[in-house]
Design a protein around this ligand. Structure first.
Ligand SMILES: Cc1ncc(COP(=O)(O)O)c(C=O)c1O
Length: 381
């Protein structure tokens, strides 16, 4: 049996319409969006616009032309942090950040003298709101925060965080890599100024497409990461200020965009909340089994309703790399072991430096697969 439980890394399988949409775009369209003067060129522009509109609606964001496509959220984060932060700026970040945030901050600290200030998280991955408010009162330039931990699945209380950042007038940048497509996010309601997403996880699109949703106020004071041809205002050697062209130089990843569009359409067609309940039921089943095993430590909030559908654990008496390898090789259970590109989070959960084994479900996971995982783990543990 092959069971894919590494959906936090990238989702598999994709809805069939995603593949169909990519292949059909590849076959049908002659030309380049915004460049070629033919019907296909215009049709491509329309498809890209439709996808921007879908993304904007999906995240409760009202500025369609401020949805920027990137190759993944790592690029979105680099784009925004590099373009927005200036020398000596103070930026707050949390104790559960992914390296996609931690490394650019470290780089900017060295190159531009920015001052990253870490706000601690508790054992359930929740940011310390008292410490956060204290730091916000000093008016830093930005708060960047991971919405859902890729290590434990723990979900931040964005409503509480967003009302604090609004109160102190500090822009809020949310890393929605793990939450987009799993948890409802309304940027306007939650006072989110900038949001990064990646298309290939729970948005069910292909790899190579991501994006950044940026408020007009912040877009104005953010420099592009990449300069070049946009198909607009070509007589001018300066990068246009026009959105989204300002941040989208070069030919668009049309195939990625078409795949993302089909992924979003699939998500629109299902009852996501109901499905999340089902996946959490599976995670709870795994959790109850693991809790019955002596020496197994599960990290994060014990209540699965406060986590994305993920379970992350380690044992003291068995080498987890060995266990992960056997799960994969002997039982065909695809999992992820180690630090998950998030050493800061593992420090918070006291699972550094060895990390955990992470199992993460998707819309396509079945109960029979979970039962098989339990039987397999029983053998190995
Ligand atoms: C919380 C978080 N942020 C950022 C990323 C980076 O995503 P990508 O590799 O698609 O840029 C990941 C990937 O696992 C993640 O979990």
């Amino acid at each position: 049996m092959n069971v894919y439980l590494d959906n936090s890394a990238t989702s598999y399988p994709k809805p069939p319409k995603v593949e169909e949409s990519i292949i059909s775009a590849m076959r049908s369209y002659q030309g380049n969006a915004g460049r070629t003067t033919n019907t296909d060129g215009h049709e491509l522009e329309r498809q890209i616009y439709d996808t921007r509109l879908k993304v904007a609606n999906f995240f409760g964001f009202k500025w369609i032309d401020h949805v920027i496509f990137t190759k993944n959220i790592t690029e979105s984060i680099n784009l925004f942090l590099n373009g927005y932060l200036e020398p000596n700026d103070v930026v707050l970040y949390s104790g559960i950040e992914h390296n996609a945030v931690a490394r650019p901050l470290e780089q900017l600290k060295a190159n531009r003298n920015i001052v990253p200030v870490k706000i601690n998280c508790n054992q359930h991955g929740q940011i310390d709101l008292v410490q956060l408010e204290h730091q916000l009162s000093k008016h830093p330039k930005l708060l960047v925060i991971n919405h859902a931990s890729n290590v434990s699945g723990d979900i931040q209380d964005l409503a509480a965080i967003g009302s604090l950042t609004k109160q102190y007038g500090v822009p809020l940048f949310v890393d929605a890599a793990q939450s987009g497509g799993v948890i409802d996010i309304d940027m306007q309601q939650l006072n989110i100024d900038v949001l990064g997403f990646t298309g290939h996880k729970s948005l069910l699109g292909p790899q190579g497409i991501g994006g950044l949703l940026i408020s007009p106020t912040l877009a104005k004071c953010t420099k592009p990461l990449c300069y070049g041809g946009t198909g607009s205002l070509s007589e001018d050697l300066e990068q246009p200020d026009l959105m989204p062209d300002k941040f989208e130089s070069g030919t668009s990843n049309v195939l990625g965009i078409m795949g993302l569009k089909a992924g979003l359409e699939f998500l629109e067609s299902i009852d996501r909340r109901e499905h999340l309940k089902t996946e959490r039921k599976y995670i709870l089943k795994l959790q109850e089994f693991l809790l019955g095993k002596e020496d197994v430590v599960i990290i994060g909030n014990p209540d699965v309703n406060y986590r994305t559908p993920v379970i992350s654990f380690y044992t003291h008496h068995i080498d987890i790399s060995d266990l992960a390898f056997k799960l994969s090789k002997d039982f065909g259970i695809v999992n992820r072991v180690g630090l998950h590109c998030a050493p800061l989070a593992h420090e918070t959960y006291q699972s550094f430096p060895y990390g955990t084994i992470r199992l993460s479900t998707s819309f396509f996971t079945t109960e029979a697969e979970i039962d098989y995982v339990i039987v397999s783990l029983e053998t190995l543990l």
